[in-house]
Design a protein around this ligand. Structure first.
Ligand code: ADP
Ligand code: ADP
Length: 232
């Protein structure tokens, strides 16, 4: 579902250049939950941001559902991004909008009408357990509730892929587990492929079926989770 081919990423130029990714090759199978782990500064954020072109790779290809995103123009990219939802460590909700209107935002940007928006948002409120919070503002929600809103928003365009950038890193262990359970459900029930980055091995052990380790921009190892953690 996601094919990363020979991707390099260099920030800046000349003496200040930072190589964040070095010849990364990665294949995330359809329907999987795939984890990328590594220390701070290893290149995890850069890698996941290349999968929806929030960062443009310096070279290489990024294919999502067979389409090479590096070859698309702005318009093509806008359409392709409907297939790719993303969630973040700090939720990135709009504080001036209610839960409902946060989830509706991507649909408004697609020029959906209010009936289409309602038809899409209501099942997502149900799925994420937010039905009774629909008129709340982000400041009235707990961290876990905010992340649920962000997850619902990421699913509003019915993506095939969900990208998660340290989605549980700002949450306590109990809330972390409930968010991971939700992600597992979404993967199982909606068949959405999940690519996540984390610095917490516990997250990988709990929900991933495959994992890659990156260090200093290079892919060091890639395996099924069961094998990965039994290595000497
Ligand atoms: P991680 O997510 O694993 O912490 P990052 O992808 O954020 O790693 O960073 C990888 C490397 O690229 C680091 O050396 C970081 O300082 C650098 N980097 C990340 N973003 C930028 C940027 N916008 N400009 C310059 N350097 C960056
Ligand atoms: P997170 O782990 O939540 O992504 P970071 O502190 O790694 O937070 O990065 C926050 C933002 O700053 C990201 O957009 C990243 O690309 C950017 N960034 C990270 N390192 C650098 C850097 N050395 N120079 C410029 N921007 C950077």
């Amino acid at each position: 579902m996601i094919n990363i081919r020979s991707v390099n990423k260099v920030y800046g130029e000349g003496p200040n250049a930072v190589t964040a990714l070095r010849d990364i090759n990665l294949e995330v199978p359809q329907g999987g939950i795939y984890g990328v782990v590594g220390r701070s500064g290893a290149g995890k954020s850069t890698l996941i941001r290349c999968v929806n072109m929030l960062e443009t790779p310096t070279s290489g290809q990024v294919l999502v559902d067979g389409q090479d995103l590096t070859q698309l123009d702005e318009q093509g990219l806008r359409l392709a991004r409907h297939q790719i939802g993303m969630i973040f460590q700090h939720f990135n909700l709009l504080s001036s909008r209610t839960v409902y209107d946060n989830i509706a935002l991507p649909l408004e940007l697609m020029k959906a009408d209010s009936a289409q928006i309602k038809a899409a948002v209501e099942p997502l409120l149900e799925l994420t357990g937010l039905t009774d919070k629909v008129d709340h503002y982000p400041s009235q929600l707990s961290g876990g509730q905010k992340q649920r809103v962000a997850i619902a928003r990421a699913l509003a365009t019915k993506p095939k892929v969900l990208l998660s950038d340290e989605a549980t890193s700002a949450l306590d262990p109990h809330t972390t587990r409930s968010i991971l359970e939700l992600l597992k459900n979404i993967n199982r029930e909606l068949g959405i492929t999940i690519l996540l980055i984390t610095h917490e091995m516990e997250v990988v052990k709990r929900i991933c079926d495959r994992v890659a380790l990156i260090s200093d921009g290079s892919l060091i190892e890639e395996d099924e989770v069961g094998h990965f953690f039994t290595h000497p």
